[in-house]
Write a protein that binds this ligand. Structure first.
Ligand code: GDP
Length: 457
């Protein structure tokens, strides 16, 4: 990755739109010089003559001496800054015009516009953050639930990195022993590769399996999931959708076939951010618009990670309900909900492999909490959310750790008296492990990770 850390980068670090404060951030060897050239303090103070961290109050001027904005300059000297370079944050008024004017002035004075994620990339390249922590930066920003924020905070605090270091030390020590056994075949081999050696490797494999068990929950918290509410027309899908959102979002009507689009809204179940989709009632529609709605409903059904199939308790199981249940069979977890149980009891039997329906009433709110709990359980799929403790949050981490584990397992089964096989497997394991924290991550993956950040971060 070309980092070119000799140049000084600049970007607006706050989101577009209006806010009381907006920040233009500069980082690099020329950050303080550039900021000083733009800045005029009423007391004649200059960041250039102050070697330490400081906040200055004054104005930003353009080359013609016109005031662009009144600001606070936050000067952070290397290495005590986010990027470990000299950083100046210009706290200006948070509107598009002042921020753009200040940024343009900084660019005119020799700064380069930062690429997406480049501040964090510099923090990574300068050793301030490892890859796990760098990715946690963006996860904190994008966290949509408290559980997602907790997972990101745990990663940012270095918990996962510390766990990776421990594993790395175990594997590196094992590799050194295996290499020594290859190099000095006549020495006392059992001393180097003994039962305790394999116990340590088995312990490391166990730790990896436990960590891999956190991956599903970690990824769900970060990425979220889709849940589709489906069923025949008029069973109360829209009412249930509104009740789950605690908001009258979808139109509720006694006329069958009123929902013709797929309505999507954000919700959360068990800390998992969810896009909840209300769909058109699935039936053989007799007009084109409704037919299109039914097609969209089927598409939502196929893209969902969990399906809520709604029945009408007053009707019990109908043939259409059973056909729909068959259509969803064997795809993703399906939760049966018998609605309108204020009118009639829920049917006692399930269908196929599906357990009997949960009794709910969108009208009275009965059973909604149980439905939410069932949704959380189905989403997490038994992947217990970890309270504290390190957690994997990304697919590439999971993929690397799985390959590490495979190689360790192969090492555990290496033929006796063949230390070169053992060494080769352990070397491959270390290589895969290093991809998680960034030591051995391929350039293109690093590029992809940082370019998914926003500009200014
Ligand atoms: P959808 O077509 O499946 O989305 O159904 P709606 O949510 O539009 O509801 C159809 C009709 O059933 C409306 O008249 C609702 O007021 C009524 N309804 C929905 N849920 C309940 C419920 O739990 N109890 C009763 N008694 N009526 C309900």
């Amino acid at each position: 990755m070309s980092s070119g850390t000799n140049d000084t980068i600049a970007a607006i670090s706050t989101p577009p739109g209006e806010g009381s404060v907006g920040i233009v951030r500069l980082s690099g060897p020329g950050a303080v010089r550039t900021a000083s050239a733009l800045f005029v303090s009423p007391h004649g103070r200059s960041p250039l003559t102050h070697p330490r961290q400081r906040v200055f109050h004054g104005h930003i001027h353009d080359a013609a001496g016109r005031v662009l904005d009144e600001v606070l300059l936050h000067v952070m000297r290397a290495p005590r800054s986010y990027t470990r370079e000299d950083v100046v944050e210009i706290n200006a008024h948070g509107g598009p015009a002042p921020l753009r004017a200040i940024l343009e002035e900084a660019l005119r004075r020799g700064c380069r516009l930062a690429r997406p994620g480049e501040f964090t990339q510099r923090a990574f390249l300068n050793g301030r953050l490892d890859l796990v922590q760098a990715e946690a930066v963006i996860d904190r920003i994008r966290a949509r639930t408290d559980a997602a924020l907790r997972a990101a905070n745990a990663a940012a605090s270095g918990e996962l990195s510390a766990e990776m270091r421990r594993l790395r030390e175990t594997l590196a020590d094992a590799l050194a022993r295996a290499d020594a056994a290859v190099d000095f075949p006549d020495e006392d081999l059992p001393e180097l590769v003994d039962a305790a050696f394999f116990d340590r490797l088995r312990g490391a494999a166990e730790d990896m399996r436990r960590l891999l068990g956190t991956a599903r929950a970690g990824r769900l918290y970060r990425e979220g999931a889709e849940v589709a509410v489906i069923g025949r027309p008029n069973v109360g899908k829209s009412s249930l959708f509104n009740a789950l959102l605690r908001d009258a979002r979808a139109i509720v009507s006694p006329t069958p076939g009123t929902t013709r689009d797929v309505l999507g809204e954000q919700a959360q179940f068990g800390g998992v951010p969810v896009r909840l989709a209300d769909t058109a009632g699935i039936r053989d529609a007799d007009n084109d618009i409704e037919r299109q709605g039914v097609d969209l409903a089927r598409r939502a059904l196929r893209s969902a990670q969990v399906i809520v199939l709604v029945l009408d308790a007053a009707d019990g199981w109908t043939l259409e309900d059973r056909l729909l249940a068959d259509e969803t069979a064997g795809t993703v977890p399906v939760i049966l909900a018998a609605n309108k149980t204020d009118l009639a009891p829920a049917p006692a039997e399930g269908h196929g492999d599906l357990a009997p329906p949960l009794a709910v009433s969108a009208k009275t709110g009965a059973g909604l909490r149980e439905l939410e709990e069932a949704l959380a359980a189905a989403l997490l799929g038994g992947a217990a959310p970890r309270e504290g403790g390190p957690q994997l949050t990304r697919l590439h981490q999971e993929d690397s750790l799985r390959r590490t584990l495979e190689n360790v397992e192969r090492a555990l089964h290496a033929p006796e008296g063949a230390p070169e096989c053992l060494a080769a497997d352990l070397r491959a394991a270390l290589q895969a492990l290093g991809e998680i924290t960034g030591e051995t991550t391929p350039e293109d993956l690093l590029d992809r990770i940082f370019s998914s950040f926003c500009i200014g971060k």
